[in-house]
Design a protein around this ligand. Structure first.
Ligand SMILES: [Zn+2]
Length: 249
């Protein structure tokens, strides 16, 4: 998971979402609100293309899943399940793009909370997953930094889905290769090629690996995190390379 922006919707779409929410709110009981939310979401499909388009623009790479970063984001997921909070069924801030595996096999209707009742899962459009999760780059597995990071690992199977772990290891090798090739291209004055290397690097699946590499290169323990990879660490700290790869700010 990486931090993602939240796009703005058109006023027409915002108005439609408000109308549906009001319809749900007018139901007499919580059970009726849940039934209405389910029915409206299934049958009022005209609002969904606008949501899907906005979510696709926000998603990493080529419309990758906002949870695992690997599969194609095919489903509009309700971060807080509509069965739990029907009034958030048409809440734009509650919509994320997920692959069908994360949505149907992993998360389903799970929404773990702490003993105090606050939610544990991390919404990547509202906060930075790096505050809760650290990727162990050579292993391709995540280490929890907080209880919330632990909940994300468990609910999304971030360490138990072998394709994700193996994929992250390969993504690490590919990303190291990309930054080396970028340096070579720049040293040869091949700026167009260097720009293309950056673009492709950010459009690959599992771009959380690239984000983790840049983030960890600034960590006080970076030398230990990149043991045996001193050249990679030097490149990741190169101001010129960082300017080329990272957005300003
Ligand atoms: Zn996924």
């Amino acid at each position: 998971m990486i931090r993602l922006p939240r796009a703005a919707l058109s006023p027409v779409t915002v108005a439609k979402l408000g109308d549906y929410t009001e319809e749900i709110r007018q139901q007499a009981t919580e059970q009726a609100r849940k039934a209405k939310a389910k029915d409206l979401w299934a049958n009022r499909r005209q609002v969904r293309p606008a949501l899907a388009t906005a979510l696709a623009q926000m998603a990493p790479g080529h419309e990758r899943c906002m949870y695992c970063g690997d599969g194609q984001g095919t489903d509009i997921d309700h971060f807080e399940p509509k069965s739990r909070t029907p009034l958030r069924t048409f809440d734009w801030l509650n919509h994320l793009l997920a692959c069908s595996y994360c949505n149907s096999n992993q998360k389903r209707n799970q929404f773990p909370t702490s003993l105090e009742g606050t939610h544990l899962l991390v919404d990547p459009t509202a906060e930075d997953p790096l505050d809760h999760l650290r990727l162990v780059l050579p292993l391709g597995t995540y280490r929890p930094l907080t209880d919330r990071g632990r909940a994300c690992i468990e609910v999304f199977g971030l360490n138990t889905r072998a394709v994700l772990v193996k994929g992250r290891r390969d993504a690490y090798a590919t990303a190291r290769h990309s930054i080396e090739l970028w340096r070579i291209a720049m040293d040869k004055g091949q700026r167009t090629k260097a720009t293309e290397i950056v673009r492709v690097a950010w459009n690959r699946p599992l771009v959380d690996v690239l984000v983790a590499m840049f983030h960890q290169s600034g960590h006080p323990s970076a030398d230990a995190l990149f043991v045996g990879e001193a050249e990679v660490l030097t490149l990741l700290r190169d101001p010129e390379l960082r300017t080329a790869f990272l957005p300003p700010g």
